[in-house]
Design a protein around this ligand. Structure first.
Ligand code: PGA
Length: 269
């Protein structure tokens, strides 16, 4: 375990040091290093395992993408071995493409079903994902925020990080968007997600995402990053300035963040 605010880039956070906020923030931000993707996945699953063991009624904020697939695989394995029970867990997914039905194979609802939900005993009514087919986007965002609010808030939020620093689909911009919103995906996100679709024109251009306030209100945040292609953004987000141009950088202000990376993703810090 090491601490991002000590040793490296000392001086950048001087104003915070003076205010005392520096110590308050820094000791809580944990970084765990894993030798490779598999090892990272086991560590990530272990943190979720502990969360659910200790608080069976946990509200888990879940992410899609390539990064958490290995973590879900471990959780399914441990569930099958009888070590884990999702019967009282509530899940709240970060995001969903606009225009895709829940049974569309490219939807995040399908992703979650295939990688986790259909293999474990989480109850259907306790699984929440924005409805990509909602007619009224504003009403859908309000409905989702209401669900999050009624759940009592997220106990552990799992996040991947986009090459451009996005978390959920909170894309780089001039300000942090607080609540669930419908977002125009950036060109770099469309290009990154192209690999999951037959043609680039099939990649949805818009998506629902929970807002930064929801993520920042999560009691614990677990950020996963794997591979050399994430090294630059990991450095920028956690060792650089806090700015809406790099949405993940806001996590430097969260009181309980764990950054869990493989060696390659930490290779620039
Ligand atoms: P990835 O996506 O896990 O597929 O790299 C991460 C993200 O875009 O949040």
């Amino acid at each position: 375990m090491c601490y991002p605010f000590f040793g490296m880039n000392e001086g950048r956070f001087d104003p915070l040091k003076k205010s005392g906020l520096f110590e308050e923030m820094s000791w809580k931000m944990k970084i765990y290093r894993a030798k490779d993707y598999e090892a990272m996945s086991v560590k990530a699953a272990s943190l979720l395992f502990a969360q659910v063991m200790l608080e069976p009624r946990s509200v888990l904020g879940l992410a899609t993408g390539s990064t958490p697939i290995g973590m879900y695989r471990c959780l399914v394995e441990w569930y099958r071995a009888g070590r884990l029970d999702f019967g009282d867990v509530t899940t709240i997914n970060l995001d969903e493409y606009c225009g895709l039905a829940p049974d569309d194979p490219q939807s995040y609802a399908s992703f979650m079903r295939e990688n986790l939900f259909r293999h474990v005993n989480v109850k259907g009514e306790d699984v929440h994902i924005p409805n990509g087919l909602a007619k009224d986007a504003k009403a859908e965002c309000a409905r989702y925020d209401e669900i999050i609010c009624r759940s009592g808030g997220i106990d552990m939020q799992v996040l991947g990080i986009g090459h451009n620093g996005h978390i959920g689909f909170n894309e780089p911009g001039d300000c942090f968007q607080k609540d669930t919103h419908c977002v125009a995906l950036s060109d770099s996100t469309i290009a990154a997600n192209r690999r999951f679709f037959e043609r680039e024109s099939d990649v949805p251009r818009r998506a629902y995402t929970v807002g930064i306030r929801t993520i920042m209100r999560a009691r614990r945040v677990l950020v996963l990053a794997s591979g050399l292609q994430k090294a630059a953004i990991v450095k920028e987000a956690f060792w650089g300035p806090v700015t809406p141009r790099v949405p993940a950088s806001i996590l430097q202000f969260h009181g309980d963040v764990t950054l869990l990376c493989d060696d390659e993703a930490l290779s620039l810090v």
